[in-house]
Design a protein around this ligand. Structure first.
Ligand code: F6R
Length: 243
């Protein structure tokens, strides 16, 4: 694992954007795996800025997002599709048909998930997967469990995740209880992984994920088995790591 320890959220965002833009420059028709949540927002802002300056062209890039709430349509301002349009896609020259998010409006979980797996395969897999980490070690919506789930599947969100995500909704009851998420296998098959982490509240779980035993109880710990992971984390997030 390549580790960049940076000062703060701003530096983390810039470094992550640098790594993503290097991928786009080296392979203009690459497949980027993207994430929502608070952590990548600064990196997305930076990518938009570099695009506006004329330094980054997304016209051939394809994207696949990790996850989406089941039951939310793209026009719902809490859907991850809405988030991606607002925080990244509307600011860059990507073709909307090249952007993919699991279809939260599809009530048939099996249909939604198998279509998503087939789409990722048809694109030839993911070149660079961007990941954040949840306080319980989840990546995507792969929550702690006794087994590593494989491909895209429907999950019941844990109380901890519902609690963490309620900040985006008016009240906790509004947070959907299920989501479609890429599985650990989809993520591990990405050719490169970029994990971004910021803040003292992530310090304990980051240390467990990177330095602890590999276990489905800490889903992010599986990344220790991936041959090409880059971690960009700020000092606060790395404060409980041994190195
Ligand atoms: C988002 C996702 C989640 C988040 C994680 C961290 O698409 O898959 O795993 O990356 O919950 O979220 P933040 O960045 O808000 O702390």
């Amino acid at each position: 694992m390549k580790i960049y320890k940076v000062k703060n959220y701003e530096e983390m965002s810039r470094k992550a954007a640098n790594i993503i833009s290097a991928q786009v420059l080296l392979k203009p028709d690459c497949v980027l795996g993207l994430a929502t949540g608070s952590t990548p927002v600064g990196a997305y802002k930076q990518l938009i800025e570099w695009h506006k300056q004329g330094d980054l062209d997304f016209s051939q890039v394809k994207t696949v997002n990790l996850d989406e709430y089941k039951g939310l349509t793209p026009d719902n301002d809490q859907s991850y599709r809405y988030f991606m349009n607002k925080n990244l896609f509307s600011g860059i020259n990507i073709a909307m048909e090249n952007t993919h998010v699991p279809n939260g409006a599809e009530a048939d979980s099996e249909a939604a998930c198998s279509a998503y797996n087939a789409m990722i395969r048809d694109l030839g897999g993911i070149d660079l997967q961007l990941l954040g980490i949840g306080h319980d070690g989840h990546i995507g919506f792969n929550e702690p469990d006794s087994v590593f789930p494989a491909e895209t599947h429907c999950v019941d969100l844990t109380p901890l995740t519902i609690e963490a995500n309620k900040r985006f909704f008016e009240k906790a009851e509004d947070v959907p209880r299920q989501a479609y998420t890429m599985g650990i296998k989809n993520i591990m098959l990405a050719r490169k992984i970029l994990l971004v982490v910021s803040g003292a509240d992530k310090a304990e779980i980051l240390a467990k994920a990177v330095e602890g035993p590999i276990t489905p109880q800490v889903p992010a710990s599986v990344l220790q088995l991936h041959p090409d992971v880059t971690l960009v984390a700020d000092e606060a997030a790395m404060s409980m790591m041994k190195l």
